[in-house]
Design a protein around this ligand. Structure first.
Ligand code: ATP
Ligand code: MG
Length: 245
């Protein structure tokens, strides 16, 4: 059984079906990919999985438990964490304070492990930014602020981590480091769902890739299966991102 699963998900915005009978399975210990042209419905799917977006129809389960009607907060408490395509960090706070907010929140429902400050420090260490703990986030380049957001998600000790374009704004070296970190995290049993436009990043990391187009899942399979799929190649024709290679 997949750790996080969504079935028959439809989301309508007026006449537009942003998701149309879509499904996805996210397994523990793996990076699962979700790719698709601009406007395909990827961020909408993330919003459905995390509880920010109501569905017209559909069901979301975590470890077999139906969480479709649970609030964002309750899902976070059960272990669903995310980062945002448009950065959502507290610009006026320091790097450490941003992560501390999440570590303190987790402390309210789980008193195991080290205290919040230690936990926050460990998370900064994990993503490699403990040397800038006291810097204001507003002063950081986008790529580094993305790492703050990732550290903040990790501070809730998630079981499933949803990353919406984590490599955007990162340079080549930072992207490599991000890939290594995701391998390490899944090695520890975390389930990661990754939305990315950087195809070499996706193809190198994901066990399974789901391709969305106009709200529908066109294909699900290994990187090589998805790349060889004619429907996938056709969906990418005319998109800004080219066919997945
Ligand atoms: N709140 C909303 N109200 C109306 N339409 C919306 C809303 N959110 C998204 N949409 C539309 O739903 C479709 C899917 O959008 P979504 O942001 O999920 O795509 P995406 O795959 O994440 O795209 P991108 O690659 O550009 O991030 C688009 O046509 C978008 O314009
Ligand atoms: Mg998006």
């Amino acid at each position: 059984m997949a750790l996080l699963e969504a079935m028959e998900v439809t989301v309508r915005f007026g006449g537009l079906a942003a998701l149309d009978d879509a499904r996805i399975c996210v397994e523990a210990g793996e990076v699962t990919g979700m790719i698709g042209p601009n406007g395909a419905g990827k961020t909408t799917f993330f919003n459905v999985l995390t509880g920010l977006q109501d569905t017209t129809t559909g069901r979301v389960t975590l470890d077999g438990r139906d969480i479709t009607r649970l609030s964002v907060h309750k899902r976070a408490r059960l272990g669903v964490a995310r980062t945002f395509q448009k950065l959502e960090v507290f610009g006026q706070l320091s790097v450490m304070e941003n992560v501390l907010v999440a570590a303190e929140m987790r402390r309210r429902w789980d008193r195991s492990g080290p205290g919040p400050r230690r936990e926050a420090h460990d998370c900064l260490d994990r993503v490699g930014i403990s040397d800038i703990a006291d810097v204001s986030v507003a002063a950081l380049p986008t790529g580094t602020a993305r790492l703050v957001e990732l550290a903040r998600a990790l501070a809730t000790r998630p079981r499933v981590l949803l990353l919406d374009e984590p490599s955007s704004g990162l340079n080549g070296e930072e992207t490599e480091a991000m890939a290594a970190l995701l391998r390490e995290l899944t090695g520890d049993g975390l389930a990661v769902l990754l939305v990315e436009h950087d195809m070499s990043f996706v193809m190198g990391l994901c066990a399974t890739i789901n391709v969305l187009s106009f709200g529908e899942i066109l294909a699900t399979g290994s990187p090589s299966e998805v790349q060889a799929n004619p429907a996938v190649q056709a969906a990418y024709l005319g998109s800004d991102h080219g066919a997945p290679r």
